[in-house]
Write a protein that binds this ligand. Structure first.
Ligand code: C2O
Length: 561
């Protein structure tokens, strides 16, 4: 390289570094197949850089993160940075056909975003087909330099990623279900950091166990992430209390709990004090599912192992088992969720909208679709306000930005077209309609959205995830939402702030957010099977009039469809 040329490169780097407040973090993701074995089944899975789970993205609040993704697969690929606000940078959000066309075989795309006003644990995952079954990894956002945690500094931090493992090819599993019209086969085991542990696999003893070494007397921060496709999970550590300090990258008032309930798409940080007798203790994850649907009932385990002097041994050889709540323990789950409060300190205020400009009421539930080739002549489907979402073939954000007509409409219903007793006996002739219908929101409007489960086919739980925003869960309950009585009990002071809300089975949740991020933002059930069936929609948030209130132009390497 000539001197002039290299000077130019240095200058360019200086200029781009000067435009960001924090540091630039560069990552390279090669999407490739890798042979791995779990439960005695070897198979080839889709990975990032051959790692399972994938690499951790470390950044600080204020940093700009560049992730160059190259796709070496036969499948199309896209990656979502789950929970990252993506202020004005929807192009980097990731859901295929919503904010971008997928990265095709042999192509690359650099996701470029700045982390603004967030710190804590999030995660990234594939956002196309069912590929997130194996394509996921943690995002750890540290506070700015010289800013400390609002809780005692832990001795060490450990990420605990919960997942689901299928012995079969996941794409074959869902394709088979779509063909027959029934529900897909449940996973073969749950995993902790990619490993099932000894209880997940009685028939096949394996060394596939994640071990966490701890020092007696020290405190550890566990960054728990539920990356499972379809299962809400309880998490518990034998004989150790957990102190919750953060959810979905927002600090909470701390509280002690025996176990944590965590829905797909949610993250929970807890402090664990290694204050028990030196020994080995199981940590375990198993399904929380209080609806009558088939579930994977395998318990994933990892081991918390106290460090002891060399040549000494534990007084007992047994590994203590946690008393994890039973899969149908609705009250444990409800108590946990009801205990969550935003920290709401002077430094980290909870900016709950006190007034509402736009009121939305969405039913979320299953539906039936006719299908002449299916086994029963019908297929299980799912819908919001009786609309089962149809994926477009070019990205919605692009269509919005370039004013391309005919890709979507903005007439998504604000309330159910035909009201009924949502949690009672559903009407017989309720056939969901289909469409790529979106809801338009004006810039900075304050939105209240009530998500109401239905008992169509069966009541079920729905962890609803909204891209591009955090929201406040101001209320929730069982049965039908009552628009007169229930708002009187809303918490408008310190409700939990999240990006994913677990709408209770046969119940409702009310959320509020300020539409301060222009773009197209996906909202869907984070149970992948429900998303596939159509339980999804999107919001179009208009640009504001002020400076820095419009979507930025798309990057040059944005993939084409
Ligand atoms: Cu983590 Cu659209 O999802």
């Amino acid at each position: 390289m000539s001197a002039v040329c290299s000077m130019f490169v240095v200058l360019l780097l200086l200029v781009s570094a000067a435009t960001v407040e924090g540091k630039l973090k560069n990552y390279k993701f090669d999407i490739q197949l890798k042979n791995v074995s779990r439960l005695c089944h070897a198979k080839s899975i889709v990975t990032v850089n051959g790692q399972f789970p994938g690499p951790t993205i470390y950044a600080r609040e204020g940093d700009t993160v560049l992730i160059n993704v190259t796709n070496h697969l036969k499948y199309n690929m896209s990656i979502h940075w789950h929970g990252i606000r993506q202020l004005r940078t929807g192009w980097a959000d990731g859901p295929a056909y919503i904010t971008q066309c997928p990265v095709q075989t042999g192509q690359s795309y650099t996701y470029n975003f700045t982390i603004t006003g967030q710190r804590g644990t999030l995660f990234w995952h594939a956002h196309i087909l069912w590929l997130r079954a194996t394509v996921y990894g943690p995002i750890v956002i540290l506070p700015k330099v010289n800013v400390s945690y609002p809780f005692p500094k832990p001795h060490k931090e450990i990420t605990v990623m919960l997942g689901e493992w299928w012995n079969a090819d996941v794409e074959a599993v869902i394709n088979e279900a779509m063909k027959s019209g029934g529900a897909p086969n449940v996973s073969d085991t749950h995993t902790i950091n990619g490993k099932p542990g000894p209880l997940g696999t009685f028939t096949c003893p394996t060394k596939d166990t994640f071990v966490i070494p701890v020092q007696q007397g020290k405190t550890y921060l566990l960054r728990i992430i539920n990356a499972a496709l379809n299962d809400e999970l309880f998490f518990d550590v034998a004989r150790h209390k957990l102190k919750v300090v953060e959810v979905d990258a927002v600090y909470t008032k701390s509280f002690d709990t025996k176990s944590v309930v965590i829905a797909p798409g949610q993250t929970t940080n807890v402090l664990l004090q290694a204050n028990q007798k030196p020994g080995r203790y199981f940590m375990a994850a198993r399904t929380y599912m209080d609806a009558p649907v088939p579930v994977d009932n395998r318990t994933a385990t990892a081991i918390l192992q106290y460090m002891i002097a060399p040549n000494s041994s534990f007084s007992s050889n047994t590994i203590a088992m946690p008393q994890i709540p039973s899969p149908k323990d609705t009250s444990s789950a409800t108590n946990f969720n009801n205990a969550l409060r935003s920290l709401n300190s002077a430094q980290y205020p909870a900016k709950v909208p006190q007034t509402v400009d736009r009121t939305l009421f969405f039913t979320v539930g299953l539906a039936i679709d006719s299908c002449t080739t299916c086994i029963n002549g019908s297929r299980i489907s799912a819908a919001i306000n009786n609309v089962s979402f149809v994926m477009p073939t070019i990205a919605l954000l692009q269509a919005h930005f370039q004013n391309i007509t005919g890709v979507f409409t903005t007439d998504f219903p604000d309330k159910p077209p035909t009201p009924f007793n949502y949690t009672g006996i559903p009407p017989k002739n309720l056939i969901a309609s289909k469409g790529t219908r979106l809801t338009r929101l004006s810039y900075n409007s304050k939105v209240q959205l009530v998500l109401q489960d239905t008992s169509v086919l069966t009541a079920d739980n729905h962890p609803i995830h909204l891209h591009g925003f955090n929201f406040f869960i101001v209320g929730s309950g069982f049965g039908n939402y009552d628009p007169i009585k229930d708002p009187k009990n809303f918490n408008l002071v310190d409700p939990p702030e999240r990006n994913t809300v677990a709408v209770p089975t046969g119940g409702w949740s009310a959320i509020r957010f300020t539409a301060d991020n222009p773009g197209v933002w996906f909202m869907h059930c984070h149970l992948e099977v429900h998303t596939t069936w159509g339980l999804k929609m999107a919001f179009v948030v208009e640009n504001g009039n002020g400076p820095n209130q419009s979507i930025l132009p798309p990057p040059n390497d944005l993939p084409k469809c």
